[in-house]
Design a protein around this ligand. Structure first.
Ligand SMILES: Nc1ncnc2c1ncn2[C@@H]1O[C@H](COP(=O)(O)OP(=O)(O)OP(=O)(O)O)[C@@H](O)[C@H]1O
Ligand SMILES: [Mg+2]
Length: 381
């Protein structure tokens, strides 16, 4: 298989039927329309959200400033007070001017480097941290409304679970907090333990769990109340590639059930695979937001994958493209993903370690043969 990346000339790009938008005055490629500036952030239409209908999260003008001062480190009340009065309390602006809409049924990725304000935004949505300014609505209510909390599942970046409880006891405990009847608690716990692949360890205390196992039970706990909005802060931290793949499939499954998922992750390839829309933050500011394919689209470049493309064919193709005036930026053999290679190797040696639901999806698809080739390959009658 060969993969060609062709940079078209401006003229060719604008001839393309998919280029409905007019070229910019400079003739350069159009900027993705969703990259925010102060005006664009105000315009919800810029990221495709044309109305407030179906919004699960609505954040406007959010700002959070932390006062950074360690009372414990200062000795004596007078010294502490003196420091406060002299304005020696350091301020950390964690989030500023943030506008965000998350729609029902979508998988939304909140991205950004360390310390960019993702977890703070999530904590404000959950009513765990008070905003300094701005409006936040979750499921059309204030984040402090108790009935809203019943409809949210949250996997924090670090799970604080009771170390001396087993997986079953943990799920039963959280199920009780949500007033789920006993029988249903059991059924949900069974389903979730299986879903996160912890059947073999369900009766072991969590203090004995590995990091990845702890992450899995944290996820099951986040889903025990069958939430409408699932917030996952770095869900794949500590998970092996099998667990990471299962997490992605689970997110897709939750979406299929009509749930809304907010995902924070540094694994951009995974985000790319599962998210419908993303927002990218840095130092508390929103840099860009919008549908993934719009943000990623290189409007004047074209990518083609061709099966059964031997060297001679590739050479002929390159000559043809160049004769048509195309600047061939890249032409190389397509490659498999590291995740697939990893899984294939484990599957060859330890097939029992790969759950059925993962194996089927991760093996590279065999190249599809054309009907003519199938005819040729068929034995003569
Ligand atoms: N309780 C707090 N007190 C003071 N500063 C805080 C507090 N919580 C967060 N901050 C600061 O707010 C900023 C944003 O932190 P936040 O945890 O939201 O980042 P993040 O995007 O989730 O980062 P990461 O990718 O590392 O999880 C950081 O500068 C952090 O130090
Ligand atoms: Mg964080």
């Amino acid at each position: 298989m060969v993969c060609i990346n062709t940079a078209m000339t401006d003229e060719q790009a604008h001839e393309s039927p998919s280029e409905a938008q007019p070229a910019s005055a400079t003739g350069a490629a159009e900027e993705p329309p969703t990259v925010t500036d102060s005006a664009a952030t105000k315009d919800t239409a810029s990221d495709g959200a044309s109305s407030d209908d179906g919004l699960v999260v609505r954040i406007q003008g959010l700002r959070k400033v932390f006062k950074s001062f360690s009372w414990q480190r200062e000795r004596g009340v007078w010294r502490k007070l003196r420091r406060v009065l002299r304005g020696r309390v350091q301020e950390v602006v964690a989030v500023q001017n943030l506008d965000l809409d998350i729609r029902r049924g979508e998988v939304f990725g909140l991205l950004g480097p360390n310390g960019s304000g993702k977890s703070t935004t999530i904590k404000i949505m959950l009513g765990l941290v008070a905003p300094s300014a701005g409006e936040v609505e979750v499921l059309a209510r204030s984040p402090h409304a108790v009935d809203v909390k019943h409809r949210i599942g949250f996997l924090p970046e670090e799970s604080y679970l009771y170390r001396f409880l087993t997986a079953d006891e943990t799920l039963d405990f959280y199920g009780k907090l949500f007033d789920i009847p006993r029988q249903e608690r059991r059924e949900r716990a069974n389903r979730l333990v299986e879903l996160v692949g912890l059947e073999h360890a369900r009766n072991r205390q969590l203090r004995e769990y590995s990091k990845g196992m702890a992450r899995r039970i944290g996820l099951a706990q986040a889903l025990i109340n069958d939430p409408d909005l699932v917030i996952l802060d770095e869900p794949t931290t500590g998970l092996d590639p099998i667990g990471t793949t299962e997490m992605k499939r689970l997110i897709e499954r939750l979406k299929g059930e009509g749930k809304t998922v907010l995902l924070c992750s540094h694994l951009l390839a995974d985000v790319e695979e599962v998210c419908d829309r993303v927002a990218i933050m840095c130092d508390g500011e929103l840099l860009a937001k919008g549908p993934l394919e719009e943000l990623l689209s290189l409007r004047d470049q074209l990518e083609v994958r061709i099966d059964r493309a031997d060297k001679a064919f590739q050479e002929r193709l390159r000559r043809f493209l160049e004769s048509e005036g195309a600047a061939v930026a890249a032409m190389q053999n397509a490659s498999d993903s590291l995740a697939r290679l990893f899984l294939r190797l484990i599957d060859e040696r330890f097939p029992e370690k790969i759950p059925e639901r993962v194996r089927g999806e991760l093996m590279p698809a065999a190249p599809q043969s054309t009907p003519e080739q199938q005819e040729q390959a068929a034995p003569a009658p």
